[in-house]
Design a protein around this ligand. Structure first.
Ligand code: SF4
Length: 214
């Protein structure tokens, strides 16, 4: 049974991954930028974060400069983003820890990453996958919604969903879950009204009732 489900889920992921391979991702160059951008992403669009990043990095090009900066000065460079004051504090505290504990380098394990201020399992998984090519499942709102609709889990908490997915999806596809489902969620399997009538995996989805073109 697990084998059959594993095959089916993987097939769906590969199908979506092919469709969205050009559209997904924020294409940041370094692990530093990826970590900071992911930390800044809460309640903001990718476009808003990517617009704010150059200003922040021009003023504070490395962890050292962020670690000694005043929180207010970091906040000024990202003031277009929601929760910018909280995020500025988190970025500074993360910079201090990376400087003091990790010799100025973003750590490469889930255990270490989640000790950084403002970094939860989702952000850590994004960094592991995108920067270090270490398989990890980043459960965000899109992934959570879609895997529930697909019937891949009945769990509600991200950590429980992550564990369920780990049982059925081969490790080499863990990172594909986020990179394929996030663009799919934005394009077709939307939160308020999924567009099931143009969904490439509708035949494999038990969601009911499926939406029709009106
Ligand atoms: S059929 Fe509808 S609910 Fe199911 S995955 Fe496709 S868009 Fe989402």
């Amino acid at each position: 049974m697990i084998c059959h489900m594993s095959f089916l889920y993987t097939k769906i992921l590969v199908c979506l991954s092919k469709k969205y391979s050009e559209k997904g991702g924020t294409h940041l160059d370094t692990s530093d930028d990826t970590l900071i951008a992911t930390m800044l992403a809460a309640q903001c669009t990718d476009a808003a974060v990517l617009k704010a990043m150059p200003g922040l990095r021009r003023k504070f090009p490395d962890w050292k400069s962020l670690a000694v900066a005043r929180i207010e000065d970091i906040a000024k460079t990202i003031r277009t983003l929601n929760l910018y004051k909280t995020k500025a504090r988190a970025v500074k505290e993360t910079a201090i820890r990376i400087q003091d504990v990790y010799a100025g380098c973003v750590p490469r394990t889930m255990q270490d990453l989640i000790t950084l201020r403002g970094v939860g399992r989702k952000t850590a998984s994004v960094v592991l996958s995108a920067c270090f090519h270490i398989p990890a499942i980043a459960i965000d709102t899109h992934v959570q919604r879609i895997v529930c609709r697909l019937g891949w889990t009945k769990k509600k908490k991200p950590i429980d969903i992550e564990k369920d997915l780990m049982k059925f999806i081969p490790k080499k596809y863990w990172s594909t879950i986020n990179s394929a489902l996030v663009p799919f969620g934005r394009d077709i399997c939307k939160a308020r009204k999924p567009e099931c009538y143009r969904c490439p995996i509708a035949a494999q989805c038990p969601y009911s009732p499926k939406t029709v073109l009106s």
